[in-house]
Design a protein around this ligand. Structure first.
Ligand SMILES: [Zn+2]
Length: 361
């Protein structure tokens, strides 16, 4: 009986396929393409897993306008981050680096605005995964009650966590201090909640700086050791403006070791700093492309765009293009998994699948 059912299903699928091909409407009417042709279609990523809908301070790009940017640029799915470092409400600053001495801290404000915007519109194109960004990793005892509050106000809305700051050197002038090994151990209650719900958490954890390149690696390693079964996403592969001159071979060796050791670790390729300081340098792109081809299921793309009102579509389009340049160097398998979104869909448990890449003749 089962076998007949399956055979019928196969036959039905074949008929559907014929119908799609025979349809005079063609692909222009939104019918799914048979395969993705890399020679004629854009190399820009179709998912943006690292997108801050809220700025550090000041006005944000309106929700509908930003969604329009995504549609226009071919981004079909995005993670809707707040911002892990908000300026005080009475501050006139829009960027923390311009205001050393002004404290920045995680806040619930931006998550509530995001969740309210999302819940009112529930957009399907782009499809958005709302993220909890309020997590203060230095004060983990505040996190479980915060999640309970979110559950009460916005049940089922939050499907991602982060970007949260474990150690971010760029914030040191704004009273941010790295989480300690002791703090990391005390994350257990909230990490359990995320694990049980299958919620990925994007962690910003600088690897080090140009003077001491792996100064902070022990913090990320402790995190992975303590929480090997959490879906941990390492923002920017630990790279930053403070660490602009690391030998790519050394960096790739560390990433390789940790990917091998921790099967639930995913690398986040977001932020144009990666292209500007690493991938774009002579001889470096091919090294990272080869690395990603060896681990095609272990990375997700993103822009790290911050939706401050001072920016417009041209800025988003540029950041998407720059952060997508690495895609051109990838083999078809990594391209489909990373750029076309398969890894992102799997990480989020979505039923969506990326199109397969057309075989080149
Ligand atoms: Zn970010």
């Amino acid at each position: 009986m089962q076998r007949i059912g399956r055979r019928l299903a196969v036959a039905a699928a074949a008929l559907t396929a014929v119908a799609v091909i025979a349809s005079p409407a063609g692909a222009g009417a939104g019918a799914p393409a048979e395969c993705f042709d890399r020679a004629t279609e854009p190399y820009t990523s179709q998912v943006d897993s690292h997108l801050h809908f809220r700025p550090f301070g000041g006005q944000a790009i309106p929700f509908d306008e930003l969604n329009g940017y995504l549609r226009k640029s071919g981004v079909r799915h995005a993670s809707m981050y707040g911002i892990g470092q908000t300026l005080p409400v009475d501050s006139t600053c829009t960027y923390y680096l311009d205001c050393p001495g002004t404290p920045v801290a995680p806040s619930m404000r931006n998550d509530f605005v995001n969740a309210a915007n999302y819940a009112a519109a529930k957009p399907e194109d782009p499809e958005l995964a709302v993220s909890m960004t309020f997590l203060d990793l230095n004060h983990p005892e505040t996190i479980p009650p915060g999640i309970s509050l979110y559950d009460k106000e916005f049940p089922g809305v939050f499907r991602w966590a982060g970007e949260v700051n474990l150690v971010k050197q760029a914030l040191f002038a704004n009273e941010h201090t790295p989480a300690t090994i002791e703090n990391i151990r005390n994350w257990a209650p909230f990490m359990k909640v995320l694990r049980e719900r299958g919620i990925p958490i994007t962690i910003h954890s600088d690897l080090g700086n140009d003077e001491e390149q792996t100064k902070y690696l022990p913090l990320m390693e402790e995190t992975l050791r303590q929480y090997p079964d959490n879906k941990i996403v390492w923002a920017h592969m630990g790279l930053s403006k403070e660490l602009a001159t690391m030998d790519p071979d050394r960096h790739i060796a560390i990433m390789t070791r940790l990917l091998d050791q921790y099967p639930d670790l995913t690398l986040d390729l977001s932020w144009r700093v990666l292209e500007d300081n690493y991938f774009g340098k002579p001889g470096v792109r091919s090294k990272y492309a080869a690395f990603l081809d060896r681990y095609p299921t272990r990375a997700i793309p993103g822009t790290d765009f911050v939706a401050s009102r001072a920016k417009d579509y041209a800025v988003y389009e540029e950041e998407l293009e720059v952060t997508s340049r690495i895609n051109r160097a990838l083999g078809d398998r990594a391209f489909r998994n990373i750029a076309l979104g398969e890894n992102y869909y799997r990480l989020l448990g979505l039923r969506e699948h990326a199109p397969r890449v057309c075989r080149t003749r």
